[in-house]
Design a protein around this ligand. Structure first.
Ligand code: CMC
Length: 373
């Protein structure tokens, strides 16, 4: 068969070897260290999955308790980081707050070769940063973490000051499990590139946060909500979608570089979104079906399916998160994957340094500044 034309974007290029997760885009399979995502999503806590990603095996009860204790011990922010968060304008995007506060934390005593202790500290602190900012912007004080609560429950508690409902904890926990790692996605690749230069773990994470923020990656879910809001009702869906595709628009929450079939994470989230808010689901479920049919009709052969972001929005809304917390909450989850990849990179490192195909001129004649016209 003829070689496919190179469309750029490193499509199909193997950039690293990894034993952390497999994204099988043809079969629609996602595997974390051997385990199918469907099994993990339905039965595991986020902490169990983090243990799996970092240490390579699902924890025993003793190992899980030990990891919980370590997380609890790291649920604290240095004063100067709290001060940094407090000083930011209340209109700052939470994703920018997270990137800034993580960077501030890295300014002091987070150096050297990345360690598992640093990975634990970072993963413990992402929710604290977001919750602190969310409280400050509401004119409230930040709260102390509750040691008896797991990662998902503690995050919801810190945001609201109320013990979260069981179904909200379960919903957020499943979301965190589903998003924890995903092969060589743009932000993970970014984190690995920075780690490969022997930089520090926080620099890798700050770079990864920057990559995640864009709407083609983790910035999509709030835009899914905007799209559903604009569509407004089922009778307007078809015309709206047709118009958007005709004018070259991207339907947020559809399409994926690797999945050429349904994203297995979207299947899990669709079911949860349907149960969590049946009223909202009437529109989102209908728009999904219409969008799939119209993408097939108007973009034939592109194999565009629902991706993880489409129902992430509905799920996060159902557990009480505001739209601007969707992408940073993705980061709360993905911190585990990023740090697992950073550790994998530094434990068998070679500088990541690809080449570019130069397309500019090669023999321009130099003219000194004073003689240039
Ligand atoms: N809506 C309409 N058309 C689309 C879409 C979409 N969502 N996605 C791809 N296409 C079309 C695209 O216009 C192109 O058509 P043509 O051949 O006529 O030029 C064709 O499909 C191939 O697109 P591409 O840009 O080469 O695909 P890609 O692999 O570079 O892009 C993507 C992948 C995720 C950036 C893209 O599908 C997209 O922009 N989706 C919308 C944003 C989104 O939902 N992002 C979340 C991604 S999943 C989670 C994550 O990675 O964080």
């Amino acid at each position: 068969t003829a070689a496919k034309p190179n469309k750029g974007g490193l499509e199909g290029i193997v950039a690293a070897t990894t034993a952390i997760s497999l994204v099988d885009g043809t079969a629609g399979r996602l595997i974390y260290r051997g385990y199918n995502i469907h099994d993990l999503a339905r039965t595991c806590t986020y902490e169990e999955v983090v243990h799996l990603l970092w240490f390579g095996h699902l924890p025993t009860q003793t190992e899980l308790s030990a990891l919980h204790e370590k997380f609890v011990a790291e649920r604290t922010l240095p004063d100067f980081v709290v001060q940094t968060i407090r000083e930011l304008p209340t209109t700052t995007e939470p994703m920018d707050v997270l990137r800034t506060a993580v960077s501030a934390w890295g300014a002091v005593s987070v150096s050297g070769k990345p360690t598992i202790e640093q990975a634990i500290a970072a993963t413990a602190r992402f929710p604290l940063i977001l919750a602190a900012f969310n409280r400050f912007r509401q004119g409230k004080e930040m709260l102390e973490s509750r040691p008896e609560l797991g990662h998902a429950a503690n995050y919801l508690y810190l945001l609201t000051g109320e013990l979260p409902k069981e179904e909200h904890v379960r919903g957020l926990n499943t979301y965190l499990v589903l998003l924890a790692d995903h092969g060589m996605n743009a932000s993970t690749f970014t984190a690995r590139i920075v780690a490969s230069t022997e930089s520090d773990i926080v620099s890798s994470l700050v770079a990864a946060l920057g990559a995640l923020k864009g709407p083609l990656h983790g910035g999509a879910p709030s835009k899914v909500q905007d799209m559903l809001h604009e569509i407004g009702s089922v009778d307007k869906a078809e015309a709206w979608i047709r118009e958007a595709i005709t004018h070259g628009g991207r339907l947020m929450g559809f399409g994926h570089r690797v999945y050429k079939t349904t994203d297995p994470r979207a299947e899990e989230l669709r079911e949860m979104a349907r149960v969590a808010d049946p009223e909202d689901f009437k529109l989102s479920g209908y728009v999904e079906q219409k969008a799939l049919a119209l993408l097939d009709e108007m973009k034939p052969g592109r194999k565009l399916y629902t991706n993880v972001e489409y129902y992430s929005a509905a799920l996060m809304k159902a557990v009480g998160l505001s739209g601007d917390l969707f992408t940073p909450t993705f980061a709360v989850s993905r911190c585990a994957g990023w740090t697992a990849h950073i550790l994998e990179q530094v434990n068998n490192n070679r500088l990541i340094r690809p080449e570019a195909e130069y397309t500019g001129p090669q023999s321009a004649t130099f003219v000194p500044l004073t003689e240039r016209k």
